[in-house]
Design a protein around this ligand. Structure first.
Ligand SMILES: *[C@@H]1O[C@H](CO)[C@@H](O)[C@H](O)[C@H]1NC(C)=O
Ligand SMILES: *[C@@H]1O[C@H](CO)[C@@H](O)[C@H](O)[C@H]1NC(C)=O
Ligand SMILES: *[C@@H]1O[C@H](CO)[C@@H](O)[C@H](O)[C@H]1NC(C)=O
Ligand SMILES: *[C@@H]1O[C@H](CO)[C@@H](O)[C@H](O)[C@H]1NC(C)=O
Ligand SMILES: *[C@@H]1O[C@H](CO)[C@@H](O)[C@H](O)[C@H]1NC(C)=O
Length: 227
């Protein structure tokens, strides 16, 4: 009997671990943390209105948190808006330095997202959501969001979706392979046991008289089988 092993692609095995490490990285929050969401970029058509998402989180709490949004204009950082947030859930007075920008987060649930109305191609680029919490010795924290302005919507860049899908797919493939291997091992073990019995019966074929079923089998094939 031939045993064929079902292999698991090593590249598929890797992705669940990569995803796990990623999650660990996200969960190990201590001080202030700025976040622009799971997908840190947006592709939008010129003329549309977009939201640049950002939230902050802090396990030690905030007091007089300073935040701003900056725009990387050819290497020089231009302030888009800034404010000091006295405490959580208090709507701050936001200074706005760029046209068509609106503060829509309102610090509701630590939301400091902004809206840019009627975007132009010049609005495209990297936006940094910056935060500094005096409670933490004024340490700087930031997250970057990429706004891509296009003429018309191209095929959406699915890199992240593919990464997630392959991670999920990899995990499922891994589990399936594991279960298959388990079943196969059990099957092989059972077969081996069966063969062992057969071998025992065959080798003791000479004085085998009171062995019901296997006895008759041994009788029909008196010589030991070899494969
Ligand atoms: C987008 O830009 C193109 C090229 O500059 C222009 O023809 C088009 O009218 C713009 N669309 C909007 C909605 O502003
Ligand atoms: C920004 O970059 C564009 C193209 O690279 C260039 O034409 C323009 O002069 C630059 N503006 C500044 C302010 O450096
Ligand atoms: C955006 O464009 C629309 C239509 O062109 C205009 O009515 C509106 O006032 C613009 N909004 C801003 C904030 O510029
Ligand atoms: C932040 O507020 C805006 C406007 O209310 C909302 O669209 C967005 O979903 C909020 N983001 C989060 C992460 O709660
Ligand atoms: C934090 O950012 C400010 C600018 O907002 C800068 O002047 C300061 O040097 C930064 N501090 C650290 C420790 O990076």
């Amino acid at each position: 009997m031939e045993v064929r092993w079902i292999g698991v692609e090593p590249s598929k095995l890797g992705s669940p671990y990569a995803a796990f490490t990623l999650l660990l990285g996200v969960w190990s929050a201590q001080g202030l943390e700025m976040s622009v969401g799971k997908i840190p970029f947006l592709e939008a058509v010129n003329g549309s209105t977009v939201m640049l998402p950002c939230t902050y989180a802090s396990c030690i709490g905030i007091k007089d948190l300073y935040f701003n949004w900056q725009y990387n204009d050819n290497g020089t950082m231009q302030k888009v808006c800034d404010a000091v947030i006295p405490t959580e859930d208090v709507e701050p007075n936001v200074n706005i330095f760029k046209d068509r920008v609106e503060f829509i987060g309102k610090n509701h649930k630590n939301n400091i997202s902004i809206l840019i109305w009627n975007i132009t191609f010049e609005d495209g680029g990297l936006y940094t959501c910056f935060g500094r919490n005096p409670k933490e010795k004024n340490k700087n924290h930031s997250a970057v969001f990429h706004l891509i302005v296009v003429d018309e919507l191209r095929v959406v860049d699915n890199t992240l979706t593919i990464i997630i899908a392959s991670a999920v797919g990899g995990t499922i493939a891994f589990l399936m392979a594991f279960m298959l291997l388990k079943n196969l091992t059990l099957f092989v073990l059972a077969k081996l046991e069966e063969k062992n019995k057969e071998c025992l019966v065959s080798s003791s074929g000479i004085d085998n008289t009171e062995n019901g079923l296997s006895g008759s089998k041994a009788d029909s094939k008196p010589t030991a089988k070899k494969k």
